[in-house]
Design a protein around this ligand. Structure first.
Ligand code: QAP
Ligand code: CO
Length: 170
């Protein structure tokens, strides 16, 4: 099912999501609904709180060289912990919860993380470039942080001005 997205400035995006403790079919259905919702909205990453579920769950599905997204490429990351982060990278980010706004954000270039898969089995992953950026962006959601929180004061003002302008016309 395609779920409703939670949009800025909804307060639910500011809460701390809690760890998944039960890896049951309800979790698998949520993961599948999240993927359907992400693809329907042309997203490459989504955290559960963006569909109103305050659990430490995120999915990422990066396009391949042919610019297509393949369902079998979808990464399902539950209860992630960063083990290592290094280097710096600038990437122009967007967010399904902050439509129509994009800005460059500085992130770690490479990360290593531990997490659980949909069955509760422990996994590890090393990521660089866009995947590293996507992981950091989505882990921020689990902690109530949006990419616009990481803008410089000047660019944050630009965002707030654009947001107010769009709210008036919408
Ligand atoms: C997070 O973002 C991300 O404004 C995922 O109108 C961002 O999928 C990962 C989107 C940057 C890596 C790099 C945004 C779709 C999608 C919009 C997204 C919009 C339609 C954002
Ligand atoms: Co986002």
């Amino acid at each position: 099912a395609i779920l409703d997205l939670v949009h800025y400035p909804d307060k639910r995006l500011r809460g701390l999501s809690t760890e998944v403790e039960v890896f049951d079919t309800a979790l698998h259905t949520l993961l599948e609904d999240m993927q359907e919702t992400m693809l329907a909205n042309k997203g490459i990453g989504l955290a559960a709180i963006q569909v109103g579920v305050a659990k430490r769950i995120l999915i990422i599905n990066l396009p391949r060289q042919d610019e297509q997204q393949y369902p079998e490429d979808c990464l399902e990351i539950i209860n992630p912990t960063l083990l290592h982060a290094e280097g710096q990278i600038l990437w122009r980010e967007g967010c399904l919860s902050v439509p129509e706004f994009y800005e460059e954000i500085q992130r770690f270039a490479r990360v290593k993380l531990a997490y659980c898969d949909r069955y509760g089995d422990p996994q590890e992953l090393q990521a660089s470039d866009l995947l590293s950026v996507a992981i950091q962006h989505e882990i921020d959601h689990l902690n109530g942080i949006l990419f616009v929180d990481r803008l410089s004061m000047l660019k944050r003002k630009k965002f707030e001005k654009e947001f107010r302008k769009n709210s008036k016309s919408a």
